[in-house]
Design a protein around this ligand. Structure first.
Ligand SMILES: [Zn+2]
Length: 262
């Protein structure tokens, strides 16, 4: 058996999977830390989108559609296959990186077991699972308070956050008070152009609730598993973004500082 000629691009690399509820701040944090430590991020969500919408891999697309069109969940083997293929490709493009951030994988306990097996195969290290713990009522408020400008979707506000709230509410034409929408919520106006602000379907309370229930069902066992194996770093995600970054750095920095330079 030869080893040197067949070395995998992931050999010796440190992996940092990030886990957080929807609207838990994962996107913001992975972006900051990825740049700060030169750890490329593998994003499972955008990989799926690239396959389904951009036609990156027609064969895989057909396989995924065969499950989805029959109303079936994509089996863990298929998810793992997609992860392995695309993550190895990302690693091969970034030989200088000490490691990688994983966003959206593993998402369940089955996927965590698969990742452990892959790490052995690659001789890579699962350094720490960074878990942003944010109370459910906080993520719910973040989602349901979000408002988009009806004229320019880049103008985003949050009526539940003093720092991100728009300045003006829309008054009724007859001057008898604030206008309300079909759900009885007060209507706000864009601070920049006074256009009406709208709630996206994704941010409607029932949709948010459903998403969070699904998240907990899938993720609670995953968190419990990593807590038990002591691979979990639990971070208080209910603080200002800079504080969250600092808390994550206290976990990642010592691990990366000790890692050998490749
Ligand atoms: Zn606007």
């Amino acid at each position: 058996m030869t080893t040197s000629s067949t070395q995998n691009p992931l050999t010796g690399k440190l992996l940092f999977p990030f886990v957080a509820p929807p609207n838990g701040g994962k996107g913001t944090q992975t972006q900051i830390l990825s740049e700060r430590y030169n750890l490329p991020t593998f994003d499972m969500g955008s990989t799926f989108r690239a396959i389904m919408k951009e036609g990156r891999d027609p064969q895989l697309k057909a396989e995924l559609e065969s499950f989805m069109n029959n109303g079936k969940l994509v089996p863990v083997e298929t998810v793992v296959k997609i992860f392995k293929k695309n993550f190895e490709a990302l690693a091969a493009q970034n030989p200088e990186a000490k490691g990688f951030i994983l966003d959206g994988f593993p998402r369940s306990q089955d996927q965590a077991s698969a990742l452990a097996t892959l790490c052995q195969e690659w001789q890579a290290t699962l350094a720490k699972v960074i878990y942003l713990n944010v109370p459910m009522d906080v993520v719910k408020a973040r989602a349901t308070g979000r408002r988009f400008c009806s004229q320019d979707a880049r103008h985003v506000y949050n009526v539940n956050d003093a720092k991100l709230a728009p300045k003006y509410k829309k008054m009724k034409a007859d001057g008898t008070g604030v206008e309300v929408d079909a759900q009885g919520r007060e209507v706000w106006q864009c601070t920049l152009d006074e256009a009406e602000l709208i709630v996206r379907a994704d941010d409607e309370p029932q949709t948010v609730e459903k998403r969070l229930v699904e998240y907990s069902k899938e993720t609670d066992p995953l968190i419990a598993h990593y807590r038990q194996t002591q691979e979990l770093a639990e971070i208080n995600g209910d603080q200002a973004p800079e504080k969250v970054t600092q808390s994550i750095e206290t976990v990642m920095h010592p691990i990366l500082a000790l890692a050998p330079v490749s």
